[in-house]
Design a protein around this ligand. Structure first.
Ligand SMILES: NC(=O)c1ccc[n+]([C@@H]2O[C@H](COP(=O)([O-])OP(=O)(O)OC[C@H]3O[C@@H](n4cnc5c(N)ncnc54)[C@H](OP(=O)(O)O)[C@@H]3O)[C@@H](O)[C@H]2O)c1
Length: 331
């Protein structure tokens, strides 16, 4: 069926400025790491993307290796973009990344100019785009000089293949160096993409401060800890869950009895706040003004619909925060 976008979509969403850049992002962005590969149902992907856009989600996050197989999430996104969202290209922020293994030989991963330039060209081709809005270096490379990697981000921005540069998974001292190099080159880094959730708080140990000090936005990924911070694993492992899927990145040994006890306790607090646990976990991140957008995943439109409602209550009473803290410290 031909798609007509919801005309009220921009009233449904809040947009935050990404660091000190001109770019604004929706407080919820959608990632296509899981659930959008050739192993998945294209019609389900379409329904998730339509619901997202109809709800004011303007930002879609990809990477060269998303699938499986690697590259297929970009191919599917490109197909759906062409079919449904072609008229809306200027309303979309599409990001992709390179850094992890993508093809064999010495030029298929990490941070060399050779790899990054080739990978971005491949991503553009797979998505049928002339440019992406954000191009990220996906993970730090211990062997390539940071200057070479950052100069390549500057290059692709100057070439018009990307509008903005970002980095992902960099610890804070190295992130600060990257920001300084990019600033010097005249292409300031606009965004950092770290893993951050109630269950994984390393960014609180310096990175968030560095980002604010450098005017760089923050888009936490896996804010639901890949689904653990929802009510889905409370009574076992559902057959359609990420843990149950052979290609899922979340493994059964991560669903320990201690984790489940923590999830149950958090769920009790969420219920008292009239929220689902997923909504509370997202709200808990969004209460911090340094967080520009939370980068969620969804395997079904209903999950996205649920997560989108987190915006209704992102204020926490001190007692709620300390009760949450007690549960999180218990692990
Ligand atoms: N830069 C990096 O290195 C990096 C790494 C990882 C991810 N990312 C980005 O971050 C995005 C999000 O990562 P993620 O998928 O791990 O995020 P997430 O939001 O923590 O987890 C998403 C999963 O949680 C479950 N879920 C989501 N909403 C739910 C709800 N309301 N109720 C119950 N279950 C719900 C679904 O799992 P089921 O499949 O079990 O239904 C869904 O696939 C990725 O797509 C990617 O763009 C970046």
């Amino acid at each position: 069926m031909t798609y007509t976008a919801n005309s009220h979509r921009y009233q449904e969403m809040e947009y935050r400025r990404c660091g000190k850049s001109g770019l604004k992002l929706p407080v919820l962005s959608l990632g296509l790491w899981h659930n959008f590969g050739h192993v998945d149902q294209l019609e389900n992907c379409r329904q998730i993307l339509r619901l997202a856009f109809d709800s004011g989600v303007t930002h879609f996050d990809l990477a060269n290796n998303y699938g499986p197989p690697p590259g297929s999430a970009e191919e599917n996104f490109g197909r759906l973009l062409k079919q449904d969202f072609k008229a809306h290209r200027d309303e979309l922020i599409v990001s992709t990344k390179a850094g992890y293994y993508m093809w064999e030989g010495p030029y298929g991963e990490w941070g060399s100019k050779k790899y990054l330039v080739a990978s971005l060209d491949q991503s553009l081709q797979r998505m049928g785009l002339e440019y992406v809005d954000i191009f990220y270096h996906h993970r730090p490379d211990p062997d390539t000089p940071l200057e070479e990697t950052m100069a390549t981000l500057d290059l692709v921005v100057r070439q018009g293949k990307a509008l903005y540069a970002g980095i992902s998974n960099y610890q804070h001292p190295e992130a600060a160096k990257a920001f300084a190099i990019l600033k010097e080159l005249g292409t300031p880094c606009v965004i950092h993409q770290p893993r951050y959730s109630m269950f994984d708080r390393w960014v609180e140990n310096g990175l968030l401060h560095t980002l604010e000090a450098n005017g760089v936005g923050c888009i936490p990924y896996s804010p639901l800890a890949q689904g653990l911070l929802t009510n889905k694993y409370i009574n076992g492992i559902p057959a359609d869950s990420r843990v149950a899927k052979p290609h899922g990145f979340l493994k059964e040994n991560q669903v320990t009895p201690e984790r489940v006890a923590q999830i149950k306790a958090l769920n009790e607090i969420a219920l008292k706040r009239n929220q689902t646990l997923a909504q509370m976990a997202l709200a808990w991140l969004l209460k911090d003004h340094r967080v520009t957008s939370v980068l969620i995943g969804a395997s079904k439109p209903e999950q996205l619909a649920d997560s989108l409602q987190c915006r209704k209550n992102i204020v926490f009473a001190d007692e709620e925060l300390s009760a949450i803290e007690t549960i999180l410290q218990a692990h």
